[in-house]
Write a protein that binds this ligand. Sequence first.
Ligand SMILES: NC(=O)c1ccc[n+]([C@@H]2O[C@H](COP(=O)([O-])OP(=O)(O)OC[C@H]3O[C@@H](n4cnc5c(N)ncnc54)[C@H](OP(=O)(O)O)[C@@H]3O)[C@@H](O)[C@H]2O)c1
Length: 214
Amino acid sequence: MKVLVVGANGQIGSQLVQFLHASEKYTVRAMVRREEQVKLLESQGIEAVKADLEGSVDEIAEVAKGCDVIVFTAGSGGHTGADKTLLIDLDGAVKTVEAAEKAGIDRFIMVSALQAHHRENWNEKIRPYYVAKHYADRVLAQSNLTYTILRPGGLLNELGTGKVSIAENLERSFIPREDVARTILAVIDEERTFNRSFDLVSGDTAIKDALQSL
Ligand SMILES: NC(=O)c1ccc[n+]([C@@H]2O[C@H](COP(=O)([O-])OP(=O)(O)OC[C@H]3O[C@@H](n4cnc5c(N)ncnc54)[C@H](OP(=O)(O)O)[C@@H]3O)[C@@H](O)[C@H]2O)c1
């Protein structure tokens, strides 16, 4: 099973790429937007393709062809303005959903944000970001794709613990990026998560067991 990671040079994406590369179950194709990123990945024996989320749906569909799963973990980041939030976090995500449909890829995993589905719980300081996440998630959920939407809390660059809390609604909290990457890995073929969305923060339960509680 081949997994296209969109946002493969990112902090979650690059960890996920390494986990997939090391796994016996999956193969990985990393989607990045710069030639030097392609070369670096290829030097590690990892298949990499170049495409920009500000480009066309066809461009994304072309590099996705032949994959069985798409993981969207790209993002415009906190250093850019609301224009990039619209172009990457909203339209880039929706274009990737359209590209999956076009390329005939049924399985789609979206990295969203904690409580993106509840306006009243959006972080006041980053409402435009939450708007983007909310509507991108809605488009995916209304598509015919087999989706899973993970909504992690605040991301930390700490070592993962492998223990999480997963539920439809969780209080605002944090999670190491490594644990988000490991949870993505665990949901790819976990049928309990098909066409489901959930909040995700650090907790006391091993990832596989937490997914069983869904
Ligand atoms: N920060 C938080 O606390 C938080 C909380 C919940 C959810 N999230 C979400 O979690 C996800 C992953 O977070 P992260 O920390 O791993 O993000 P990150 O390190 O900022 O990585 C985002 C990736 O998206 C890529 N990207 C940006 N614009 C692009 C474009 N036009 N075309 C192709 N790729 C593009 C970037 O490419 P370059 O490397 O080339 O710049 C980068 O590799 C994001 O969706 C984020 O919104 C974040």
